[in-house]
Design a protein around this ligand. Structure first.
Ligand code: LLP
Length: 426
């Protein structure tokens, strides 16, 4: 469900025609819908009903302050994976006691910052990290709340780059090692056992792996409690998929039911870390066709949306819908095209071999499903300033990130003062 629809012949974000966005902010621009973000958050939150739970938005999906602040105001916590994401979550007003911190490579600086902030839980991913965290916390005269991130060795049946819960992945510690590590944690005075955590992958479209992982986690939590460890919370990670094309992922209600069935009467507080399911279809990337290039074997729509802006098609072969802003007349002519960008790589495409309504130079279009892992994965490759981001609320447009300038490209750079090269011209 989202709020991007054609109305009176023009694609709108809520009540704002995307032609207005292009006129005011230019292209490319990410356009987010407040109503869609709120609805997606609420549906997920309400799916867990009265069961004690916290929905910690995965900041990596969309770290814009404007988006985080909006979700935080609805009661969302944050799942962060770096000091930078922690900084953003706190800056956006998300209380530290709703922040959980995952990641295999936390530095001492990052751990210290999170200890200072007083976050809800450290999702520790290795024995080495346990030791460092213990030492840092003792040094600060505090105890770090810890949930071990376990790797349940479950195939989430998704793209290999976004599978994280297999034993061949770098994430978490093997389930079989968990009990021994909790015994160890209990003896470390800088740590306080808090819960159990896991995240098996992303864009998961089947309930089976989610239910199986949940069952294993809850069984572990119960076993740990029987062994005397004060486990009060289970974090099931994120990963619920969305429809980019014709996928039929489980609904948040089915997802929550699978988790709550596993939790049963254990009394465990539930944490989930959804990113994509909240933000993915709440954003589009608005671009413009620059040229229509008829090559021998193909027709290329050359646009101002580059792989630096939206890398998912190049990186994962991901499918994103491409929709013209001007609504095509019924039965209008179509063409099979490659929608490409200006970046100097043949992987610079948003869609390939796609049959779309005819578009011409100057026409606006949207890449759909860009609210998660769109702007957050963008770069300045080819020295392309990062695009703007706007949040639409009904009929009002708020710029939440201005387009970068050329000066922004070189803001942190300087020319080294070097002795002149030998034999060089002065
Ligand atoms: N929690 C942890 C610990 C994670 O690593 C992730 C995503 C999430 C939660 C949120 O997962 P979600 O609900 O969004 O599926 N760049 C890839 C996605 C990478 C996801 C990495 N971890 C993409 O564009 O598909």
């Amino acid at each position: 469900m989202h709020h991007f629809h054609h109305r009176h012949g023009t694609l709108h974000a809520e009540d704002v025609p995307l032609t207005d966005v292009a006129a005011r902010v230019g292209t490319p621009t990410w356009v987010y819908s407040r109503a869609t973000l709120e609805r997606h958050f609420r549906v997920m939150d309400e799916a867990f009903g009265q069961h004690p739970h916290t929905v910690c938005f995965a900041v990596k999906a969309n770290p814009s302050l404007g988006v985080l602040a909006l979700l935080g105001a609805l009661g969302a916590g944050a799942d962060v994976v770096s000091g930078g994401e922690l900084f953003r979550a706190l800056r956006a007003g998300i209380p530290a006691d709703r922040v959980v911190y995952s990641g295999v490579g936390k530095t001492e600086r990052e751990l210290t910052e999170a200890l200072r902030a007083g976050i809800r839980s450290f999702h520790v991913e290795s024995e080495g990290e346990l030791e460092i965290l213990d030492a840092l916390a003792r040094g600060m005269g505090t105890r770090a709340p810890v949930s071990l991130r376990v790797n349940p060795d479950i195939d989430p049946a998704t793209h290999p780059y976004i599978s994280t819960g297999l034993r061949t992945n770098k994430f978490g510690v093997p389930l079989a090692r968990a009990a021994a590590l909790y015994d160890r944690m209990a003896r470390l005075p800088g740590l306080r056992i808090h819960g159990v955590a896991s995240h098996i992958g992303s864009q998961i479209t089947q309930l089976g792996p989610i239910a199986e992982a949940a069952a294993r986690l809850v069984a572990l939590a119960r076993a740990l409690r029987s062994a005397g460890h004060p486990v009060t919370e289970v974090d099931f990670g994120g990963g619920l998929g969305i429809a980019y094309r014709d996928e039929v992922p489980p609904s948040p209600a089915d997802y929550a039911r699978a988790i709550l069935d596993a939790v049963g009467d254990s009394g465990l507080h539930v944490v989930v870390e959804p990113g994509r399911v909240i933000a993915g279809n709440a954003g589009v990337l608005l671009g413009r066709v620059l040229y229509v290039k008829q090559a021998e074997a193909r027709t290329f729509l050359v646009t101002d949306v580059g792989m630096n802006d939206s890398i998912r098609p190049a990186l994962y072969g991901a499918h994103h819908g491409v929709v013209p802003v001007a609504e095509p007349a019924p039965g209008a002519a179509q063409a099979t095209v490659d929608v490409v960008g200006p970046v100097c790589e043949s992987a610079d495409f948003q869609a390939r071999d796609r049959t779309l309504p005819l578009m011409h130079p100057g026409d606006l279009f949207c890449v759909m499903g860009e609210g998660a892992y769109g702007a957050s994965m963008s770069s300045q490759y080819n020295s392309r300033p990062r695009a703007a981001e706007v949040l639409v609320d009904g009929g009002t447009l708020h710029v939440i990130r201005t387009r970068e300038s050329y000066e922004d490209l070189v803001r942190h750079e300087s020319v080294a003062t070097l002795p002149p090269p030998a034999g060089g011209r002065s």
